[in-house]
Design a protein around this ligand. Structure first.
Ligand code: 5GP
Ligand code: ZN
Length: 116
């Protein structure tokens, strides 16, 4: 794992800031969002520091797929497979506030479209 000493999610992954971890494996860690926007709001975060999708390369194809499969597993474990959403916010205009790639898993309530 890269050590980005001023990155909030790197600190969580290193255990330097507490989080409610719900899944971990060699590639990713998932934890509850501190400010949940739905009954399920989990962040699935690669152990490797990647700023956003803009910084992803061909080397990260498998990693990005893995984040989605972890989301689907958590959704299945929580019985929310009738409707959940996976979201990467990329860049400030899309609402990205933490610049360590993370997949939002939102579910447990009806979702509207388009998102805001
Ligand atoms: P973004 O806005 O970058 O797409 O998503 C960042 C998410 O991280 C937000 O939903 C925000 O609530 C969450 N977040 C920010 N700080 C913390 C924290 O210290 N702990 C946890 N668990 N989530 C955080
Ligand atoms: Zn980081």
């Amino acid at each position: 794992m890269s050590d980005m000493s001023d990155c909030l999610f790197c600190k969580i992954l290193q255990g330097r800031i507490p989080a409610r971890i719900v899944h971990q494996d060699d590639i990713a860690v998932a934890f509850e969002d501190v400010n949940p926007q739905a009954p399920t709001h989990v962040l699935i975060v690669p152990r490797q520091h990647i700023g956003s999708l803009d910084d992803a390369t061909q080397d990260h194809i498998s990693l990005i797929g893995h984040l989605h499969l972890v989301a689907a597993k958590i959704a299945a474990d929580r019985n929310i497979t009738r409707g959940y959403r996976t979201v990467f916010n990329n860049g400030p205009l899309a609402g990205q506030s933490v610049f360590h790639l993370h997949l939002h898993l939102l579910g447990g309530r009806p979702m509207t479209w388009p998102p805001g």
